[in-house]
Ligand binder design. Structure first.
Ligand SMILES: [Ca+2]
Ligand SMILES: [Ca+2]
Ligand SMILES: [Ca+2]
Length: 193
């Protein structure tokens, strides 16, 4: 029995690393400010952390803007801009953010506010997904490699706010290696008993 303890510990560690949990990044939903209020407001670029996963983002022009009652977008500085939305105006064009995560992620869903007859876009590795709903579910396999830039922003309409983004961390190959190693070890130990 005694010899099982380190083995169980190893299996527990491997299973923990393998568990895939959704991480939600909150920016603001037009009634309350999200974590972006503190981490991105008035900055050209910044980063924020959700459960160990780091999101780094930079604005296409001007600065990010989150307001006290929510709504997150880009303040392009020139007059006429809707400062808490991703919108399109003559001076700076269609606004977008360039961003990356420090781990491989799968996109799950995105929530947008002030979203009517609008379209947003997400581009990963040259492939663009058009987001045509305020509560959008991504196709499975919408995956962004660690430390690789993606872009998100205005595609058409009159502008919208980023409310929240949900992603899951894709387990590293070495985690699978650790788990299969533990299984092999367990098989050997059971055979010896
Ligand atoms: Ca602000
Ligand atoms: Ca704007
Ligand atoms: Ca709109």
């Amino acid at each position: 029995m005694k010899s099982q303890t380190p083995l169980l510990t190893l299996i527990t560690i491997a299973a923990f690393n393998l568990s895939v949990s959704a991480q939600t990044f909150t920016f603001g939903n037009n009634t309350s400010a999200g974590q972006a209020q503190a981490d991105f407001d008035d900055l050209e670029s910044g980063s924020t952390i959700s459960a160990g996963l780091t999101l780094t983002a930079s604005a296409s022009s001007g600065t990010f803007n989150s307001t006290a009652i929510g709504g997150f977008g880009i303040n392009a500085m020139p007059p006429g801009d809707i400062t808490n939305q991703f919108d399109n105006q003559s001076t700076d064009g269609a606004e977008f953010m360039t961003f990356s995560f420090n781990q491989n992620v799968d996109f799950v869903s995105i929530e947008l506010t002030e979203f009517g007859d609008d379209e947003a876009f997400l581009t990963i590795a040259g492939i663009t997904t058009i987001i045509g709903s305020n509560s959008f579910i991504f196709a499975s396999g919408t995956t962004l490699a660690a430390n690789t830039d993606a872009t998100f922003g205005f595609h058409s309409g009159n502008g919208f706010e980023l409310a929240s983004l949900v992603v899951t961390v894709v387990p590293e190959p070495r985690t699978y290696a650790l788990l299969s190693g533990c299984c092999a070890l367990a098989a050997v130990m059971l055979r010896r008993r």
